[in-house]
Every structure is written in structure tokens, then in C-alpha cells.
Design a protein around this ligand. Structure first.
Ligand SMILES: *[C@@H]1O[C@H](CO)[C@@H](O)[C@H](O)[C@H]1NC(C)=O
Ligand SMILES: *[C@@H]1O[C@H](CO)[C@@H](O)[C@H](O)[C@H]1NC(C)=O
Length: 322
């Protein structure tokens, strides 16, 4: 009987995956970011030494730049920061649209790297207030990291198993932001060149995040020259996508079920790119990062250290259920 039951549930699982098709809802390329995203200028909630500038300033100082098939956003790398300034000029942008179940495909050429940097590409509940509705960190790291860290941050009652179907390593299992100093539940990627200088050397790559009521949250990463990049991921004209077992085991998997109810922890999310310096994560880990001096001194006084502190996006597509 047990075998029979297992076969039935496997059959159901296969049906579910086969039927999960998503069609292209939005494609953000080049100029689209200026029209469809908002430049946020608040004080960094994570206490970074950063001054987030508005869209007009970002364009006039070329901290944000769009070409036909490219969008660049960066930190200032020419000016010294004064002691009374809010921090180094940089950008934080948020999509105007929010998405519930979806597949997000990011073709990224370059990510910000270097001592003091803390870039992230993530999604956040539109409704909030944080952490209500959840946060999904797709790309995150600090300083000289070379492995991506993907995490969830939620209200209480969302816990992941230590061992699950993923190639990454479970770093922490309680997604509740109110415990473990808001560490969240994280997965450290093991795929080569997923973050930092090695990522950029390889010409970046592809990040895909899939979230659904039925299958939970998965994140895949492929380096640009990986022969296993699914053609539907690589091709920016793909009209329809369906996460498939042929994509291989995800780098990070956050299953939904008894230990984390999806509906009560995750609602419609906006997408965010940001780039801060020092603060709660890059600053607190700076002494053991292999970087010299102090975090704030580098941010304030060595603008040339920020030449590689930029995002370069080829395309960002969002697919929603048929
Ligand atoms: C603005 O930034 C882009 C992207 O980094 C670069 O290609 C372009 O040359 C810059 N323009 C100016 C005027 O510096
Ligand atoms: C990319 O996808 C579009 C739409 O399906 C298709 O017409 C085109 O041939 C594809 N390009 C490549 C290189 O496969």
C-alpha cells in the first residue's frame, strides 16, 4: 500500500510540474527601467554608508544609464564622501509592478564587487509592513564573497529542513526575521562563479527564481558559458516558460508545506536592486573579510575602489501563470 501511495503522489507531482506554464508578463530591457521602476531615496534601512539618489540625479551623474539592450546602475567612483554626508552616492530601484506566483529570469552581465560593497537583487511584499508578506533575497553577498547567498525573511512560523533537493548548502533554517538577528533562512551556492569577481570574469550569467503556491520557491544559477543554460532561459524572446526537471536540481530550494505555509507568509512582491556599503552585513563582517583598514574609511576616502561597484543588466523578464 505504501508503494501504491508513493506512486500516486509522484504522479500528482509530475502532473503539477507539467501543467505549470508561465507566459511573459513583463520584460525590462534598457530604458524600460527608467519608465517602470522607482528610484528610492530613503535612509538605508540596513544602516549602510550610502546616499541613495533620485532618478534625475542618477541620470545626470551617469549613476544610471540605459542603452538599447543594457541597463547600468552604479556607485559613484570619483568623489570623496565628507564626514557629514549621508554616504557614498548609489542607487536603489524598485519595480512599480508586483507579482504573486511567477518565474523571474535575470540575464546579468556584471554585479557590484569589492570591499565594503553589499549589493542585492531581491523581492519584497508590496503590502508589508516588513516582514509581513515576506522577502526573497535572490542575489546577495558582501565584500570579497564569491558564493551567492539566497535567503527568505518572514514572519514567525516558517522553517526549512536542513537537507533538501538543492545543490547549495543550507546556512540557516529559520526564516523568521525576529530570531537569529534577522539572519533568515539562507542557502550558500556551490555552483562556480555565482557571485563577485568570478561571476564578472565569466561575463555574468542567469538567475531564475520560481515561486508558486504548489511548488514553493526555487532559485537556479547558470554561469554565462555553462552549456546547460536552458535555451528558454538564455533566449530573451522566450514567450512561455515552465520550470522543468531538465533544468537540473536548483541551487536553492525552499519547500512549502507543514513547516512553512506559503499563503500566510508570501504575497505579491515588488523587485528591488540595491547597492549599499558597510552597514548591518558588509560592515559587521568587514573585520574578517580580508579587506584592509576600516569599512567607512574606504567608502569615504577611496572612490577609485568603487570602479567595479556596478550592476549591468541585459534583461529581466517576469512570467506569470497562464
Ligand atoms: C555612462 O555610463 C555608461 C555605462 O557604464 C558608459 O558606457 C558611458 O560611457 C558613460 N557616459 C559618460 C558620459 O560617462
Ligand atoms: C528565441 O525565441 C524566439 C521565440 O520563441 C524564436 O523565434 C527564436 O528563434 C529563438 N532564438 C534562438 C536563437 O533560439
Amino acid at each position: 500500500m505504501r508503494t501504491g501511495y508513493a506512486l500516486v503522489s509522484l504522479g500528482t507531482a509530475l502532473m503539477r510540474i507539467v501543467s505549470a506554464h508561465y507566459i511573459l508578463a513583463d520584460s525590462y530591457i534598457g530604458q524600460d527601467f527608467f519608465n517602470e521602476w522607482t528610484w528610492q531615496t530613503m535612509d538605508d534601512p540596513t544602516h549602510g554608508r550610502v546616499n541613495y539618489v533620485d532618478q534625475i540625479s542618477a541620470i545626470s551623474s551617469n549613476l544610471s544609464y540605459a542603452a538599447a539592450s543594457k541597463f547600468v546602475m552604479r556607485a559613484d567612483y570619483t568623489n570623496v564622501v565628507g564626514p557629514d554626508d549621508r554616504g557614498r552616492n548609489s542607487v536603489r530601484i524598485i519595480s512599480k509592478k508586483a507579482y504573486q506566483d511567477c518565474v523571474v529570469v535575470l540575464d546579468l552581465q556584471h554585479m557590484p564587487t569589492g570591499c565594503t560593497t553589499w549589493p542585492a537583487f531581491w523581492t519584497l511584499s508590496q503590502k508589508g509592513p516588513w516582514p509581513n508578506g515576506g522577502e526573497i533575497d535572490i542575489i546577495e553577498g558582501v565584500n570579497l564573497n564569491t558564493q551567492n547567498l539566497a535567503s527568505l525573511h518572514t514572519t514567525p512560523g516558517c522553517i526549512t529542513q536542513q537537507d533538501r533537493s538543492q545543490t547549495g548548502t543550507t546556512a540557516s533554517t529559520n526564516c523568521d526575521s525576529s530570531v537569529n538577528y534577522n539572519q533568515g533562512c539562507g542557502v550558500s551556492f556551490q555552483t562556480a562563479a555565482s557571485y563577485g569577481a568570478p561571476f564578472n570574469t565569466m561575463g555574468g550569467g542567469f538567475y531564475v527564481m520560481s515561486r508558486s503556491q504548489s511548488d514553493g520557491i526555487q532559485i537556479w544559477f547558470w554561469s554565462r558559458n555553462d552549456p546547460h543554460v536552458p535555451h528558454v532561459v538564455r533566449n530573451e524572446s522566450t514567450p512561455m516558460i515552465a520550470p522543468a526537471s531538465s533544468w537540473g536540481i536548483p541551487d536553492a530550494t525552499f519547500p512549502i508545506g507543514d513547516t512553512c505555509d506559503y499563503e500566510s507568509h508570501f504575497d505579491a512582491h515588488q523587485m528591488i536592486f540595491d547597492l549599499t556599503f558597510c552597514g548591518d552585513f558588509a560592515g559587521n563582517t568587514y573585520p574578517s573579510s580580508g579587506c584592509g583598514g576600516t569599512c567607512q574609511d574606504l567608502v569615504d576616502n577611496q572612490p577609485e575602489a568603487f570602479a567595479n561597484a556596478y550592476w549591468e543588466v541585459n534583461s529581466l523578464r517576469v512570467y506569470t501563470p497562464v
